[in-house]
Design a protein around this ligand. Structure first.
Ligand SMILES: *Cc1c(COP(=O)(O)O)cnc(C)c1O
Length: 570
C-alpha cells in the first residue's frame, strides 16, 4: 500500500495539465491537448525521466457523444470508476475557494513502461465527505460549467496540485505548466518563496519572482489572444484564496483582467510554443518574452496499429523506444508495407460496420478526418461544392469523419450536423460515415485504417496538430493546410500534400477558404486519385516517406529529449 513512497526519493519534474489522456477508459481528456499530455508522460516513463504528472479526476469525464436522427450532438456523462485504475492516497490538502475551505484528495495512477520506467500521475478530487455539495462536484466535468467553474478548477489544479505535492513530500526540481490552466501554481510557489520584508509598499520587492521563474517551464498552445484564459478581477478576488497576492498579479499581468497566459509568461524562465510556426506566432503575440519552439509529438507505441507494430518489430527492432530507427523504413519491402496497411484498413472497416451498419469498400480511396469539432477546423469545407466533389470522386472515394464539439459550442455542433447531412446528398455516389464518440480507442483504429488524413484548419489556428503524426506513423500520408507541425513535416508529393498557399508573412489573414478549396479539389483530382489508382508503387513510396521522414521525428521521444536538454536541466 505504501509502495508509492518510493516515488518521493527522486527529485522530479512536475507536469501540470488540466487534461491528460492515457487511455479511453480514463476519460479525463477532450482532445489533442490531453492526448499530448498523456503521450508526453508515456515517453517520459519510457525514457526514465523522473517526472510526476498532476491533473484533475473529472469523475464524469468530458462526455459521451451521441447523435439524434438529424445529426445533432447529444452529451451524456461518463460514469467511470477511478478505483479500478488507481489508488486513493491517504494524504489530503486544503484550499480556500470562494471563502470556503475545500478538501482535496489525490488518486495515484502508476504508469508503467515496458522499459521498466515508472511514472506517478496524481488525479485531484474534491468529492469528499465534509466538502460543501457544490464543491464536491468541482472535479466532475472537464471544461464543464462557466467561467467561475473554470477558475475554481484552475485553483484546484494549480494551488491544490502544488500543495498536495508538498504534503506528500515530493521534491520538485521544475514545474512544467502545460497551457495556462495551471498558471495559479505560480502563486503558490510565490507564497512559498516569500521574502519577509517589513512594511513594504513595493509589492514586487517582497516576492522572490526570480526563484519562482527558475522553477517554471511554460508551454503555450493557443495561437490567438482571444483563446487565452482571462478572468475579471471582481470574480477572481471573490473566488481566489486570500493568500493569493492579487496586487502582485495586477502588477505582473495588467490591471484589467487576470490573464493566465501572462501570469505564466511572467513567472517562467523557459517558454515555448508547440511547433516552429506557433513559436513565431506566440513571439509576435507576446513581444516582451523570449519564446522558444518545441514541436509536439505522439507516443510511438500507443499510436501504432498492431499491423505496423508487427512490421516494425520484424524489420526495425527496437523502434518503439528508439523511433529514430524508422528513418530506415526503405529497408522494408513495399508489399509488406501495403499488406500491413490493408490489414489496418480491413480491421477498421469491420469496426465501422459494427458501429454503424455501413459497409465501406476497401478498394476506394478513403479520406479520414477526425478531431475536436471546433469551427476553425472547418470539417465541412470539402463539401462546399458538392457538384465538383461528385465529379471528382464519385465511385472513387469515400469519407470517414469523427470528433466531438464542446457542449456549449453551437457552431461546432452545426459543423457536425452539416457533415452528417451530406451523407444523404451523396448517397449512392460517395459513402460518408460520421462515427460517434471519437476517443483514444476509436482514434487508434480509425487513423491507421484510412488512406489519407485530411486537415484543413484556418491558418494560423492549428498550433501544432498531432493526429497527422499518428497517421504518418501508420503510413497514412497527410493532405493538409500548411499550418502547425505540417509546415515542418511537409515535402510536396514526397511525405504527402499541402492544401492552399504556403505559410508566408506572419500576419497572413485568417481563412483563404476559396484558395484552399480550389487547391484541395485540384490535387485530389489531378494528383492524389491518379497516384492511388494508377501507381501503387508510387503511392507506397509516399507511405514509406510518411514513416521515414515524418514519424521518425515527430514523436514524443524526440520531443521529450528536447524538453530535457532545453528546459528541464537548466
Ligand atoms: C490525437 C487526438 C486528437 C488531436 O487531433 P488533432 O487533429 O491534432 O486536433 C484529438 N482527439 C483524439 C481522441 C486524439 O487521439
Amino acid at each position: 500500500m505504501e509502495g508509492w513512497k518510493r516515488f518521493i526519493q527522486d527529485q522530479r519534474i512536475a507536469y501540470f495539465s488540466m487534461e491528460i489522456g492515457l487511455k479511453a477508459e480514463i476519460p479525463t481528456y477532450s482532445g489533442g491537448l490531453g492526448v499530448l499530455a498523456g503521450d508526453t508522460i508515456k515517453s517520459a516513463a519510457d525514457l526514465k525521466i523522473p517526472m510526476i504528472a498532476v491533473t484533475l479526476l473529472h469523475r464524469k469525464g468530458y462526455f459521451e457523444q451521441h447523435f439524434t436522427a438529424d445529426g445533432w450532438q447529444l452529451e451524456k456523462d461518463v460514469n467511470w470508476l477511478p478505483e479500478k485504475h488507481m489508488q486513493l492516497l491517504p494524504t489530503r490538502t486544503l484550499v480556500t475557494i470562494e471563502g470556503r475551505d475545500v478538501k482535496i484528495q489525490a488518486w495515484l495512477y502508476n504508469l508503467k513502461s515496458p522499459t521498466g520506467g515508472e511514472l506517478p500521475v496524481l488525479f485531484l478530487d474534491t468529492d469528499i465527505p465534509g466538502n460543501h455539495p457544490d464543491d464536491c462536484s468541482l472535479t466532475d466535468h472537464l471544461y464543464g460549467g462557466g467561467l467561475e467553474m473554470r477558475l475554481k478548477q484552475e485553483i484546484i489544479l494549480g494551488i491544490g496540485g502544488a500543495r498536495i505535492l508538498r504534503a506528500l513530500n515530493f521534491t520538485i526540481k521544475k514545474y512544467h505548466l502545460n497551457e495556462g490552466h495551471a498558471s495559479l501554481l505560480t502563486t503558490e510557489l510565490l507564497n512559498n518563496a516569500r521574502i519577509p520584508v517589513e512594511d513594504t509598499w513595493d509589492e514586487r520587492s517582497s516576492w522572490d519572482t526570480h526563484r519562482v521563474m527558475e522553477q517554471c517551464v511554460f508551454t503555450t498552445h493557443t495561437p490567438v489572444a482571444a483563446g487565452h484564459d482571462r478572468f475579471p478581477y471582481a470574480m477572481a478576488e471573490r473566488i481566489l484564496p486570500p493568500e493569493v497576492p492579487i496586487k502582485l498579479l495586477k502588477e505582473l499581468t495588467g490591471q484589467e483582467e487576470l490573464n493566465m497566459t501572462l501570469l505564466a509568461l511572467n513567472l517562467s524562465n523557459f517558454i515555448n510554443g508547440v511547433a516552429k510556426r506557433h513559436g513565431e506566432i506566440s513571439q509576435n503575440l507576446f513581444p516582451g518574452f523570449e519564446i522558444h519552439a518545441i514541436t509536439n509529438g505522439i507516443h510511438p507505441f500507443t499510436w501504432c496499429s498492431p499491423f505496423f507494430v508487427t512490421l516494425f518489430d520484424k524489420y526495425l527492432p527496437g523502434w518503439a523506444n528508439e523511433p529514430e530507427l524508422l528513418v530506415r523504413v526503405d529497408n522494408i519491402p513495399d508489399d509488406a508495407v501495403w499488406d500491413s496497411h490493408c490489414g489496418a484498413k480491413a480491421l477498421f472497416f469491420q469496426y465501422v460496420k459494427e458501429q454503424t451498419g455501413k459497409t465501406l469498400d476497401p478498394e476506394l480511396l478513403t479520406i479520414g478526418f477526425a478531431r475536436r469539432a471546433a469551427t476553425y477546423k472547418r470539417g465541412d469545407l470539402i463539401f462546399s461544392n458538392l457538384e465538383r466533389l461528385l465529379k471528382i470522386g464519385a465511385g472513387k472515394l469515400q469519407f470517414v469523419f469523427g470528433g466531438k464539439a464542446h457542449p456549449r459550442d453551437e457552431g461546432g455542433k452545426q459543423v457536425i450536423q452539416r457533415i452528417i447531412q451530406q451523407a444523404d446528398k451523396l448517397r449512392g455516389k460517395i459513402e460518408l460515415v460520421y462515427l460517434e464518440n471519437y476517443n483514444m480507442d476509436t482514434a487508434s483504429r480509425f487513423i491507421p485504417g484510412v488512406d489519407i488524413w485530411l486537415n484543413n484548419p484556418m491558418r494560423p489556428l492549428e498550433a501544432s496538430g498531432t493526429s497527422g503524426m499518428k497517421a504518418a506513423l501508420n503510413g497514412v500520408p497527410n493532405f493538409s493546410v500548411l499550418d502547425g507541425w505540417w509546415i515542418e513535416g511537409h515535402i510536396e508529393g514526397v511525405t504527402g500534400w499541402s492544401i492552399g498557399p504556403p505559410p508566408a508573412e506572419i500576419d497572413q489573414e485568417v481563412g483563404r477558404a476559396n484558395e484552399d478549396l480550389e487547391d484541395m479539389y485540384r490535387k485530389l483530382e489531378k494528383v492524389i486519385l491518379p497516384l492511388y489508382f494508377n501507381d501503387r508503387k508510387g503511392w507506397v513510396q509516399v507511405m514509406k516517406n510518411a514513416i521515414g521522414k515524418n514519424a521518425y521525428y515527430f514523436n514524443t521521444h524526440v520531443m521529450m529529449r528536447r524538453y530535457v536538454t532545453d528546459a528541464y536541466i537548466h
